[in-house]
Design a protein around this ligand. Structure first.
Ligand code: NAI
Length: 774
């Protein structure tokens, strides 16, 4: 073949990686049991792990039972206190040893990963395994610094981790490194399709001298995963996988007090403006959608290209697709390997076959392979524009203006990642904050690093992995706490004392007082039998109206932090002017002096006015020619059930951080003592707070918690009502997978309930990658 022909056809000779060592390791060790308490158990009932490229059986793997899970969680529970008591430096040494061993065995890891998953050896070797090592190094550093940097935090205990098949060892690293760095022990269940590198990792953990029980690996399918989720002693669940299973796990853990992070699917937009460097943007797409055959949660699977360049762009893209080499994943010159399993291939094939549009596909071998595919001509509501395909299939649409690009990009129930291509940094940095996603790459795609938080919003899940933010998901505040009980309202006395005019407080929606839809009101009595007034009995309909008003006020999030601070100070000032009246009201309702509570409320407003422009983001030190900005963005609309027992301070403690960070909110005040909240309407009205930023719906917590938590337009829900409401809220929140922060007793002492924990709950980190280089 002539040199010209080689350039034209991109045809190279085969350059296969050897599988001899990996196969020898399998032969020496299979069939596999679980890794529990520092050794392999005897194999039980087994299933096969296959090489998807050849359909050859690689090894027999044990299907984990409920008993296996129990044995593993018990081993982890026994090891945890001692592991947590080690000085951070000692844990850092273990993590460092793991990093070194991953590097030492990197070739074996890479080949085994490719054999088991079908991903190209080039990716396993150059991306997956180096990122695994980097993750352990980075977390060795976090373990080293933890005691000094987070003195008030403690490990959560035993973590249950469930991971998918697309990045088998990397996802293990994302769970194991932070869990261990934070002083937890772990039970990890790899995906049934790809358990082998996890088992190799287990074995090398012995070389690292990891104490028995700190790391446990139980293999099996979804039933094994469900048993781990259900185990009462697994106090934190970290899951990466499909949105459907994430929703099941949210529901299964509701009300159990377990900590939960979910990293789920995506349909990430890849936006190309007409001033983009088109060749770079085309090349970026190769990394965005054909990396790992598109079996990537943050794959840039939805191309949005500006109309004027669409034709040119698609032509160049098709030409580039023709050059992609699909085939034997062990071949070092291959761009795209096998699809991970015949089931996944069938799923991709069925989805594409059922779709309309014009399909462009390049050649690919027979077997468990799917060709690089481009589909144009779909409408934004078409299934393939909305549903995650998880394969090498790109769907494409055009847009005219930046505003339309943002609308189309956000027209999805997911919110994991996005790419923005433009040579105009002003445009890119203007668009990035408007995209609803946890990660945004400017002029790039699929850049990942241990220091840069990664995770989604909306139905892409919640929680971040990487950086200090990721580590915090494996920690809890040290302060001991008790679950809250509901405070019963003062019952109507047998001989009531009714004097003066009847005063019925309405609801507060969109900056106006509104009658409750139910038409009912609830009488509020003082402990000594005096009728203090009535409050509206809010219902599902009122919650709906309040959420609508909160949405309409969302430009609050774009106002400057300085302005938000000014308004919080102003609210404090106006409350201070009426301090005696509020203190008397609290005394009337509770029978106890309200002076200290009003003072604390004013101070709390000052606290969050101070924080409004000081809860800073960060620039992460990533090892690429790039800055990764971790921005604290508002969640959107936060619904909050306020504490019963602190009528004013309980409400202010939730409202102030919420609005300081740029959210709007729907608050359900104390059920027992609601009149401090209704008196606050006038204070809010006179403090320049735009209508709709704060909405207050009075009524029974038990009636309002569920509609508030279930509302699809509420982005996060907090519940500081009675502990038994936690399960109701977390179950209802599973619908749109909104973030929850429920009463597990953390804030029982309202005098102390302020600070970073509240600010973190009121924000979500968006990581914006900005590469540089002339
Ligand atoms: P999956 O979500 O069913 O599996 C992921 C992990 O969860 C595996 O370890 C599995 O054994 C476990 N699991 C399954 N059911 C469970 C349950 N009820 N409780 C606890 N653990 C359970 O993903 P699957 O079926 O392999 O892939 C289906 C689709 O999910 C893909 O086509 C893709 O769209 C999406 N997916 C997304 C991933 C991501 O990274 N976001 C990863 C894998 C799949």
């Amino acid at each position: 073949m002539s040199v010209k022909e080689i350039f034209d056809t991109m045809t190279y000779g085969p350059a296969p990686e050897s599988s001899v060592e990996a196969m020898a390791w399998l032969h020496a060790n299979a069939p596999f049991g679980h890794w529990i308490g520092g050794k392999f158990t005897a194999p039980g009932t087994t299933f096969a792990s296959h090489n998807p490229a050849t359909s050859e059986t690689l090894a027999q793997i044990t299907q984990g039972t409920t008993t296996d899970i129990d044995t593993a969680v018990t081993a982890a529970g026994r090891a945890q206190p001692k592991w947590a008591k080690l000085p951070g430096h000692k844990r850092a040494q273990y993590l460092y040893a793991l990093a070194r061993l991953v590097q030492k065995h990197s070739r074996l890891f890479a080949t085994l990963e490719t054999l088991d998953s079908g991903k190209p050896i080039r990716e396993a070797r150059d991306i997956d395994i180096p990122l695994v090592a980097r993750h352990f190094y980075y977390h060795a550093g976090l373990a080293q610094l933890l005691d000094a940097e987070q003195p008030d935090m403690a490990p959560v205990g035993v973590c249950g981790a469930i991971i998918p098949w697309n990045f088998p060892l990397l996802m293990l690293a994302w769970k194991v490194a932070p869990a261990l760095a934070a002083g937890n022990t772990i039970v990890l269940k790899p995906a049934e399709q790809t358990p082998l590198t996890a088992l190799l990792f287990a074995q090398i953990s012995r070389e690292a001298g990891l104490p028995p029980g700190v790391l446990n690996i139980v293999t099996g399918d979804g039933a094994t995963g469900a048993a781990l989720v259900a185990h009462p002693d697994a106090t934190k669940i970290a899951f990466t996988g499909s949105t459907d299973v994430g929703r099941k796990i949210r529901t299964a853990t509701a009300g159990t007090g377990k900590a939960l992070t979910l990293e789920l699917g995506g349909k990430s937009p890849y936006i190309v403006f007409d001033d983009a460097d088109i060749d770079s943007a085309v090349e970026g797409l190769v990394d965005a959608i054909w990396f790992n055959g598109g079996q990537v949660c943050c794959a840039g699977s939805r191309l949005l290209v500006q109309e004027g360049i669409a034709e040119r762009f698609h032509t160049k893209l098709r030409a580039r697709m023709n050059g992609l080499r699909v085939g034997d994943p062990m071949d070092k010159c291959i761009d795209m390997g096998a699809i991970n399993s015949p089931e996944q291939l069938a799923r991709i094939t069925a989805m594409v076959d059922a779709s309309g549009g014009e399909k462009y596909q390049t050649a690919c071998p027979t077997g468990c392979y799917y060709p690089p595919t481009l589909i144009t001509g779909l409408g934004s509501a078409d299934a393939l524009m909305q549903d995650e395909i998880f394969g090498p299939v790109l769907v494409s649409m055009t847009f005219r203006t930046p505003a339309e690009a943002v609308d189309l990009a956000n027209n999805t129930r997911y919110g994991l990642a996005a790419s923005i291509w433009s040579e105009n940094i002003n445009v890119a940095l203007d668009i990035a904050p408007q995209i609803k996603a946890g990660v945004v790459w400017i002029n790039g795609a699929n850049m990942l690093d241990a220091a840069a938080p990664f995770g989604g919003v909306r139905e892409s899940g919640f929680g971040r992995e990487g950086g200090w933010d990721g580590l915090l998901a494996y920690l809890r505040p040290k302060a001991a706490s008790k679950p809250l009980r509901s405070t019963l309202a003062v019952p109507a006395p047998t001989s009531p004392e009714v004097s003066g005019l009847d005063r019925t407080a309405k609801l507060y929606i969109g900056g106006k007082q509104a009658r409750p839809d139910s038409g009912y009101a609830t009488a509020i009595w003082s402990p000594n039998g005096k009728l203090l007034g009535h409050v509206g009995t809010g219902s599902r309909k009122d919650i709906r109206n309040a959420v609508e008003a909160a949405h309409a006020a969302k430009s609050w999030g774009k106002s400057s932090a300085h302005l938000r601070a000014q308004i919080l100070y102003y609210i404090a000032e106006n409350l201070s002017a009426r301090a005696d009246e509020f203190a008397a009201r609290i005394k009337d309702m509770t029978g106890k002096s309200g002076v200290a509570e009003v003072e604390a409320s004013i101070a709390r407003l000052f606290t969050y006015a101070a924080w409004a422009d000081k809860f800073d983001g960060a620039v992460k030190s990533v090892p690429l020619r790039s800055v990764a900005l971790a921005m604290n963005e508002p969640c959107g609309v936060i619904g909050a059930i306020c504490a019963d027992e602190a009528p004013l301070l309980g409400l202010i403690s939730l409202m102030a951080p919420t609005i300081a960070m740029g959210n709007t909110c729907v608050l359900v005040p104390s059920g027992a003592y609601p009149l401090a909240a209704t008196d606050l309407y006038q204070v809010l009205d006179t403090s320049d707070l735009p209508g709709g930023v704060v909405n207050i719906v009075t009524g029974a917590h038990a009636d309002l918690a569920k509609p508030l938590a279930a509302h699809m337009d509420v982005d996060a829900v907090w519940c500081f009502g009675a502990a038994e409401l936690s399960g109701v809220v977390e179950t209802a929140a599973a619908g749109n997978l909104k973030r929850t922060w429920v009463n597990d007793g953390r804030a029982t002492d309202w005098a102390l309930a302020e600070g970073r924990e509240f600010l973190r709950a009121a924000t979500q980190v968006k990581t914006i990658w900005v590469p540089y280089g002339a």
